[in-house]
Ligand binder design. Structure first.
Ligand SMILES: C[S@@+](CC[C@H](N)C(=O)[O-])C[C@H]1O[C@@H](n2cnc3c(N)ncnc32)[C@H](O)[C@@H]1O
Length: 252
């Protein structure tokens, strides 16, 4: 309760000073409102996300990685592959290519895909450890079973057609799918909100945990391990606790 009140006052102070947060102005999507994701394609959003993660990548370089970077690497290690071909869907400006290589302690075979041309061109300019492609998670420009690990990089939450994105993950991976940092609630049904991400309006899906796990199973996946990811509190909007989990799944 106290924490929620503090968060509310903090946001109020920021608003009064005209300071915008990385994630701001969450609202429930009302019937008939567009399922907008185009905000991710705006160059200023790509540049802002990149600036934020340059700082976090600095922490990875200095041996102090944030928990989401750590558990992405742990989930990859848990597959037991020593040199897997990894495809990250929703790679943003590509910083996971370097972070994973640092955390796994070797060069990795990595391809990053994002549907935002602005993100992809930043990734190509900034990172040379991977290959970067433009493509939509719901229609991946990839052949069947072309990688060992399909890593959904904190993007399933921004894809209104999440069932198609899960099906595409299963199609394109030979063995493993990782859904990284999935926002969950226990009681309310899967809920679509919208918010400002890096100053641009995008959708954000918070999944009912049982529904999400059933969907994984119906898509032909078995949950192998779960990892707690970064804190995620939208209880002010949803009126119940919310959190994030990274799922390591194997194809049945
Ligand atoms: C929250 S960022 C995650 C970036 C990075 N993977 C991370 O974990 O920090 C979400 C990314 O997903 C991308 N994205 C959203 N919808 C997508 C879609 N349908 N297909 C591919 N990428 C998408 C956005 O452009 C954005 O770069």
């Amino acid at each position: 309760m106290l924490q929620r009140a503090r968060a509310w006052f903090y946001r109020l102070r920021m608003k009064a000073r005209g300071i915008q947060q990385v994630s701001d102005d969450y609202r429930l999507l009302k019937a008939g409102q567009p399922l907008t994701a185009e905000g991710w394609k705006v160059p200023s959003a790509a540049a802002w996300q990149h600036r934020e993660f340059e700082r976090l990548l600095g922490d990875v370089r200095s041996g102090n990685p944030r928990i989401d970077f750590q558990i992405a690497a742990e989930a990859i290690k848990a597959t037991g592959h020593d040199n897997p071909r990894i495809i990250e869907v929703g790679c943003g400006s590509g910083y996971y290519s370097e972070a994973l290589s640092l955390l796994l302690g070797r060069r990795i075979r990595y391809v990053g895909i994002d549907f935002s041309p602005a993100m992809v061109s930043l990734a190509r300019a900034k990172f040379d450890e991977g290959e970067f492609l433009a493509g939509d998670a719901c229609h991946l420009p990839l052949r069947n079973e072309c990688c060992d690990i399909l890593l959904n990089g904190t993007s399933i939450m921004h894809i209104a057609n999440y069932r198609a994105a899960i099906a595409e993950s299963v199609r394109t991976s030979r063995e493993w799918c990782i859904f990284h940092t999935v926002p969950l609630v226990a009681r309310r049904e899967t809920t679509i909100m919208h918010k400002l991400a890096y100053g641009q309006r995008v959708v954000e899906v918070v999944f009912n945990q049982t529904e999400f796990e059933s969907m994984l199973s119906e898509s032909g996946l078995v949950i192998n391990r779960t990892f707690q990811s970064i804190p995620y509190d939208v209880s002010e909007i949803l009126n119940e606790p919310s959190w994030t989990v990274t799922y390591l799944c194997r194809k049945r």
